[in-house]
Design a binder for this molecule. Structure first.
Ligand code: NAI
Ligand code: MG
Length: 325
């Protein structure tokens, strides 16, 4: 069966790392067809919108999407695209790689972040006289859905689940989040641990090896996964998946890196690892594992891009990954 992949390089280094990752996908499975689409600052300038209708159509029609990054228009691009694939879970693995200088070289974590509500629901008000408010939305259905996804994801990997929360303060909303998770765990007969999200930040910094899969509300997942990026050696390495019931979008955690864009030296590892997550999502588990191990061997043996202390270009790293395949 031919899988159709929507490809959206976007702005800045997205134009460099996404084509590199597409070459890797072509090397593992020439049965893919690729539909390229536009989004981001450059399209906003040329066509008056950062996210043309035709791009949303392409994403909806595809089996999965590989996205690079958008610049100043990022929020206007990525939030509607996550919605277009019906994404409810943001999966962010943070794993140290051999040969990469990392604060915690033994880190191997996966954040499963609720991706639709919490404090990112966008319900903010300016009441005047210097008073502003934000409504934190937590529903039983979304909490159950992320719990089911997180427990299933962990079970497939034989991993432990830790749930991050702050129910001692946000008693009603995180109380409901925890109740929903507990109900799902009971139905599945699964064990799990809970941690207060602030205490978890310290524990992750001191000893990340205590944790495997961390299920968290939206904001906690955003903050804690960026903390984990610091543990494993940098933004150029972190992939992510936005998973929905029938569709999904894969993207590096990093942005457009305007400071190095156009120089051809961006690290393609995060995007190639995102492509590996895409392969696994489409059921190509062996190909996904091959790509991951090829990237790890290249990170270990070189060539490396300047962010990792090397002198290689984006394309030289992608070529090395393809040779390992
Ligand atoms: P950034 O991730 O683009 O860059 C932060 C630092 O990390 C820079 O020094 C950059 O050179 C470095 N870096 C990032 N990815 C790298 C890679 N693959 N290889 C080597 N070095 C890499 O974040 P920043 O600077 O905060 O944002 C830049 C632009 O990107 C902004 O316009 C922002 O809105 C956008 N952005 C878009 C995102 C998205 O589309 N999902 C996510 C984050 C930021
Ligand atoms: Mg973030």
């Amino acid at each position: 069966m031919t899988d159709e992949i929507a490809v959206i390089p976007g702005d800045g280094i997205g134009q460099e790392v996404v084509p590199a990752a597409v070459r890797v996908l072509e090397a593992v499975d020439p049965e893919f067809t690729f539909q390229e689409a536009e989004a981001g600052d450059a399209v906003a300038e040329n066509r008056g919108t950062p996210l043309p209708e035709s791009t949303v159509d392409t994403v909806e029609a595809a089996d999965a999407t590989l996205f690079g990054a958008a610049g100043e228009t990022a929020a206007d691009v990525i939030l509607p695209l996550r919605e277009a694939v019906g994404s409810f879970a943001n999966v962010r693995p943070a794993r140290s790689s051999p040969g990469v200088d990392a604060l915690r070289p033994e880190t191997d974590l996966v954040f499963v972040r609720e991706n639709t509500e919490g404090v990112y629901s966008g319900i903010e008000s300016d009441l005047g006289e210097g008073v502003t408010t934000l409504t934190r939305v937590v529903t039983e259905s979304a909490s159950r859905r992320i719990a089911e996804f997180g427990f299933e994801y962990a079970a497939e990997r034989d991993a432990d689940v830790t749930v991050a929360h702050k129910a001692n303060v946000m008693r009603v909303t995180d109380g409901q989040f925890l109740d929903a998770i507990d109900a799902v765990a009971e139905e599945r007969g699964t064990e799990y641990e809970t941690e207060l999200m602030d205490a978890l930040a310290t524990k992750l910094l001191l000893d990340p090896t205590q944790y495997d899969v961390i299920v968290c509300p939206n904001l906690a997942g955003d903050v804690l996964s960026d903390l984990a990026a610091g543990l494993v050696g940098g933004l150029g390495l972190l992939p992510s998946a936005n998973v929905g019931a029938e569709n999904a979008l894969f993207e590096p955690v990093h942005g457009t890196a305007p400071d190095i864009a156009g120089e051809g030296v961006a690290n393609p590892a995060a995007t190639i690892l995102s492509a590996a997550m895409l392969l696994a999502h489409l059921g190509h588990d062996d190909a996904a594992a091959d790509v991951r191990s090829a990237v790890e061997r290249v990170l270990d043996e070189g060539p490396r891009t300047p962010d990792l202390g090397g002198t290689a270009t984006t394309d030289e790293v992608a070529d090395a990954v393809i040779r390992k395949l």
